[in-house]
Design a binder for this molecule. Structure first.
Ligand SMILES: [Zn+2]
Length: 405
């Protein structure tokens, strides 16, 4: 908990559309602290790479596979993330938690069964004016705690562990400069999940779609028959998207979506940015085709406008890559059990660094951290669940030093 509280106080927000890598220099404030703390634990090779990743090694049993552990230091730019003042609600009594910095922010156990189930736990929140940053400083703290424990307890034997603390995960670039040869792990795990016991082996396949609508400007006083307003055309396009389906606000589980996330422009040109998601690559194609069809229809109705669609793949579902390495999942489930928790296989309605790493050849499922309500002012984490995640990491390093079952 002390580590976690220390880390969340450091502002590490990443930024969209930056020209630098990492997107913000302040992320490295935490990365540099982690290098120092890793040295103090005894991981003498800990260092910052030229791209801002922290890499370090805890040597272990010769001949056992090298296990990679990965978490990201940055927090989302979607929610205020500077000046975090963590509050520990010790031995939670089950009542609604009113966050003092903004009393309209209330954690209500009636609305949140996960919170209701944690009476007696120590619950960490922000003061309600910022996110907490459990995503992913809980993961960072758990890996650090596990490394410290393993370094002090070499018996029973554990596998060699390689650690990476990445930057810019929240803007989709966490693995952008990740060098698998330099990392040198044979299997990987991100500590970037949520609820107790969850092991995520599937992500969305993700695509960014950018629709550019070019209209025609004219002085509004003499625009009759001349003006083509791209703002109105963009509104038509968005209004034509499905609402009761294929939207984040109306889907869950395995249902994908087409989500207009940003719009900017004026009469002459308007850009609509969408994200398209599905667990099934075939359906991802269908959703993209729907967007292209709506764009073509718009242009057909107003031939004086120019509508272009650019689609870029962001990451793909890691399931297929992980299925080729069944021991990666079995070892994680065994480690979770040894930490006293029942493992729950689940899927991510989003992506992780692991999705990109799995596609690059390092199978990397995602392990729970004990944090909840990510990217929200009402983000919280249970210290007891974070402890279970740290214990899972310790057990995982040991499981991989044992002969394959
Ligand atoms: Zn995360």
């Amino acid at each position: 908990m002390d580590r976690f509280l220390r880390y969340v106080r450091i502002d590490t927000q990443s930024a969209e559309d930056a020209d630098t890598y990492p997107s913000t220099e302040k992320q490295l404030d935490l990365s540099r602290l982690l290098v120092d703390e890793l040295h103090a634990i005894g991981l003498t090779d800990a260092a910052l790479t030229e791209h801002g990743y922290v890499l370090a090694t805890l040597p272990g049993a010769a001949g056992a596979p090298v296990v990679g552990l990965i978490a990201h230091v940055d927090t989302t730019p979607e929610t205020p993330g500077g000046g975090v003042e963590p509050i520990v609600h010790e031995a939670y009594d089950g009542a609604p938690i009113v966050l003092p910095g903004d009393p309209t922010q209330v954690l209500d156990p009636v609305e949140e069964p996960e919170l209701a189930a944690r009476v007696g736990h120590d619950i960490v929140t922000s003061d309600g004016t910022t996110l907490l940053g459990a995503d992913d400083k809980a993961g960072v703290a758990e890996i650090m705690a596990a490394l410290e424990y393993l370094a002090a307890h070499p018996e029973p034997a554990h596998a060699t562990v390689r650690v990476a603390f990445t930057v810019d995960e929240e803007v989709g670039l966490g693995a952008h400069h990740f060098d698998l040869d330099e990392f040198g792990a044979e299997v990987g795990y991100t500590l970037d999940g949520s609820g107790l016991g969850e092991l995520e082996i599937e992500t969305f396949s993700a695509r960014a779609v950018r629709i550019t609508i070019r209209g025609r400007g004219a002085h509004p006083g003499s625009a009759k028959g001349k003006l083509v307003n791209s703002v109105k055309l963009a509104a038509d396009l968005i209004a034509a998207l499905p609402r009761d389906a294929l939207s984040p606000e109306t889907t869950d589980g395995r249902e994908g979506f087409v989500h207009p996330s940003r719009i900017s422009g004026s009469v002459e040109e308007t850009v609509v940015a969408l994200i398209v998601r599905d667990h099934d690559d075939g359906k991802l194609e269908e959703h993209t085709a729907l967007v292209r069809r709506l764009a073509a229809e718009l242009e057909a109705r107003e031939p004086r406008a120019r509508v272009t669609v650019d689609a870029t793949d962001t990451y793909s579902n890691m399931r297929a890559a992980i299925d080729r390495h069944p021991r990666v999942v079995a070892a994680a489930e065994e480690a979770i059990r040894r930490a006293g928790v029942e493992p729950v296989r689940s899927l991510i309605r989003g992506g992780t660094d692991g999705a990109v790493l799995s596609a690059m050849g390092l199978p990397t499922p995602n392990i729970f951290t004990g944090g909840q309500n990510y990217h929200s002012l009402r983000e919280w984490a249970s210290v007891q669940d974070m402890s279970a995640a740290a214990a899972t990491v310790v057990e995982l390093a040991r499981v991989w030093a044992e002969p394959a079952a």
